[in-house]
Design a protein around this ligand. Sequence first.
Ligand code: SAH
Ligand code: SF4
Length: 359
Amino acid sequence: MHTPPPSLIGLNTAQCVELATQFGAPAYRGRQLAHQLYQSGSSDFSEMSDLPRQFRSWLAENWVVSPLTVVQHQRSTDHVDKLLVHNGDEQVYECVLLPYEDRVSCCLSTQVGCPMGCTFCATGMGGFDRNLTTGEIVAQYLALQALSARRISHIVFMGMGEPLLNLGQLLPAIEIFRNEIGLSARHLTISTVGLVPQIRELAELKIPIHLALSLHSPFDEVRGRLMPVNHKWPVAEVVQTMRDYQRATGRKVTFEYLLIDELNDTVEQARALAHLIKGFPCFVNLIPFNWVDTGNGFRRPTRERVQAFRQVLQSQGINVTERVERGHDIAAACGQLAGQHSGKFAKRRSLSALPQSPA
Ligand code: SAH
Ligand code: SF4
């Protein structure tokens, strides 16, 4: 098995100081190293000219700066950048830069593939390879920041994988985003399929991270067809857990609702959803299905059906947003990150990059 050298990206200041001390340098050299990694964005030892050459050579014997190699960089017609990256093996994953007028956001992966098997999801259909390391999670942000003249202030963990299955690596990454890079926890969004024990674990930390649950139906029968996880943690239990998370952290939560034509986009389900979450500090984010060839015949609903669903919720006083779709021509939307690639890295199943159904 390929074992890449460890990367300095992923270490916090205390760990960098420890390295400096091991080498016999004063503690401030470790702080300088952390500054190079997270403030200056150095991706190579040669860029760290304020550090003594001997310290750099010593580090280079056992460490690399970044664990990422970019395989492909795509830019969409609407200015979305998508990077396809790997760490010296054939396990390719993706991250996306999303500039908006008022902020710059990015969408990061937490796993290569995903084991949750949601039936509408390109990542899920490709199976699971492995968890990403803290360094691999943080390095995606830094690689995207290097492409952006504006500072990336927001992160959504909505790329490949289920973030709460990789809390062991994600939590130290979040610590780096907050303490080393200086992002607000309020600007970090974790999207989850709905793993009850892990949501509880996160709630106990009381970090004001924005949590989004992929709900996709208020009915167990429909949700179970879309998301196998529902057999383990059904709607009522996971929604209650979100209420508890909201109370513990004081943060409004989001319910993501993927709309699939004539499956979960009925007025009946809109009413049941409104009933389920009424009076609770939350948003509903509607996501019209991004077409991927699931083999299930899933289609994107018409504008009229999306509007009708939205109106039912709004008439019940629910805050509704609709996911702004970006990067269609490069398949950069959430749920389309399937590790599409070619040639040497064509290990994972490549799915159609068609942006949507001919609805
Ligand atoms: N595993 C996490 C985060 C990654 S998926 C989760 O499931 O929440 C990010 C979001 O994209 C989820 O809300 C997911 O349901 C949605 N998604 C997956 N496939 C999609 C598709 N084909 N069209 C639109 N959204 C999709
Ligand atoms: Fe995994 Fe999320 Fe895709 Fe489900 S929707 S398979 S949890 S990435």
